[in-house]
Design a protein around this ligand. Structure first.
Ligand code: CP
Length: 324
C-alpha cells in the first residue's frame, strides 16, 4: 500500500504505479464497506472540490458530488458556459484561481484535440490536485470503477479474457476515452485484452502501443480483432460500446455516416451465448438501448452495469481521500 499520494493528479492511470493503483482498489473497497455498514468516513472535512464541466454528465457529476459530501467535504458544480471562460479565462487562470479557492479541481472536457491539453494546462498552474472526469483521450475513473467491478465479480484479472469492443450507436459520436483507458488499465493487471473494432474505428496508435507494452510487462496479452462475433468468443468480460471514428475523420457527421455500415454491431443474446457461460456484460452508460445493446442483455442475468456505475462512487472517493 502506498501512503504518500497527497497532492497527486489523476489524469491517466498510466502516471500511477501498479502499487499506487492497488492502493486505490484497497481504499475503495474499504470505503464501500464503511458506507454499507453506515460507518462515518469524513476524511475530507472542510475540503472543497471544484467540478468544471464542458460536457453533459449523469454518473460523473452525481457520484463526485455525493462522494465529496460523504467524505465530509463539498463539491461545487460549475458549467463552463456559465463562467467567463468563453470571455477569455485561460487554462492557466483557471488552474491558478480555482486552485486557490479549492482543495481539488475536477474537469470534464471531451472536445477532440482540446480536452486533454486543457486539463494538463490547468494542472500545470494548479497548486491542488487535478482530476480528469473525462477528456478526449482518457476516462480514468471509469476504468478504475470497471477494474474494481471485474475484481469483485471475477477475482484477479490476470488470465481473464476481456473483450473491449466497438458497438454501433446513433445518439452521438462518443469519445475514444473509455476504450483507451480500459486497454491501458486492464493490461497493467495481466488480463488478456481483446480490442475489437471495424477498420475505421482505430484508437490512438501511441495508446495502443502503450497497452501492448503494459501487457508484455505484466505477462498478459493484447490482441486486435476486427470481427464483432469473434470478440465475444470465449470471453470472460464483454465490454461492447460505441465510439466515433475520430482518427478516420474528425467530422462528426461523416463519422456518423461511416458508422451506419456497422448497425449490426449490437450486443445481443446470440452473441452473449458465444462468450464464456459465466461471462459478465459491462457498459459505462449511457447506452443506446436496442441499438448498441438489446434490453435482454443489458437487463439480463450477465449484466453488471449497475454495480459498475456504483463503483464510480467508491473509486472516486478513494482517489479524493488519498490525494486531496
Ligand atoms: N459513464 C459516465 O461517465 O457517465 P456520465 O457521462 O453520465 O458521467
Amino acid at each position: 500500500m502506498q501512503t504518500h499520494l497527497r497532492g497527486r493528479d489523476m489524469i491517466t492511470t498510466q502516471e500511477w504505479t501498479k502499487d499506487e493503483l492497488d492502493t486505490v482498489m484497497d481504499v475503495a473497497l474499504d470505503l464501500k464497506r464503511k458506507r454499507a455498514m453506515g460507518v462515518p468516513h469524513a476524511y475530507l472535512r472542510d475540503k472543497v472540490l471544484a467540478m468544471l464541466f464542458f460536457f453533459s454528465s449523469t454518473r460523473t457529476r452525481t457520484s463526485f458530488e455525493a462522494g465529496m459530501a460523504q467524505l465530509g467535504g463539498h463539491a461545487q458544480f460549475i458549467e463552463s458556459s456559465t463562467t467567463q471562460i468563453s470571455h477569455g479565462d485561460t487554462a492557466k487562470e483557471i488552474g491558478e484561481i480555482l486552485g486557490r479557492y479549492n482543495d481539488g479541481i475536477a474537469i470534464r472536457e471531451v472536445t477532440w484535440g482540446v480536452g486533454n491539453k486543457y486539463i494538463v494546462d490547468v494542472a500545470e498552474s494548479s497548486r491542488v490536485p487535478v482530476l480528469n472526469m473525462q477528456c478526449d483521450f482518457y476516462h480514468p475513473f471509469q476504468a478504475l470503477a470497471d477494474l474494481l467491478t471485474i475484481i469483485e465479480q471475477k477475482g484477479d484479472p490476470r488470465g481473464l479474457t476481456v473483450d473491449v469492443s466497438y458497438a454501433y450507436a446513433s445518439s452521438y459520436q462518443k469519445p475514444l476515452s473509455v476504450p483507451q483507458s480500459l486497454i491501458l488499465l486492464l493490461t497493467r493487471y495481466g488480463a488478456n485484452v481483446r480490442l475489437t473494432h471495424p477498420p475505421e474505428f482505430k484508437l490512438m496508435p501511441d495508446i495502443v502501443e502503450q497497452a501492448r507494452e503494459n501487457a508484455r510487462r505484466a505477462r498478459g496479452s493484447f490482441e486486435l480483432v476486427d470481427d464483432f462475433d469473434a470478440g465475444f468468443q470465449g470471453a470472460d468480460v464483454i465490454y461492447p460500446k460505441s465510439w466515433g471514428c475520430t482518427l478516420t475523420t474528425p467530422d462528426l457527421e461523416e463519422s456518423a455516416e461511416i458508422s451506419k455500415q456497422y448497425t449490426d454491431w449490437i450486443a445481443d443474446e446470440r452473441r452473449m451465448g458465444m462468450a464464456h457461460e459465466r461471462a459478465i456484460y459491462m457498459h459505462c452508460l449511457p447506452a443506446d438501448r436496442n441499438i448498441e445493446v438489446t434490453d435482454g442483455v443489458i437487463d439480463g442475468p450477465n449484466s453488471r452495469v449497475y454495480d459498475e456505475a456504483e463503483n464510480r462512487l467508491h473509486v472516486q472517493k478513494a482517489v479524493m481521500a488519498l490525494t486531496l
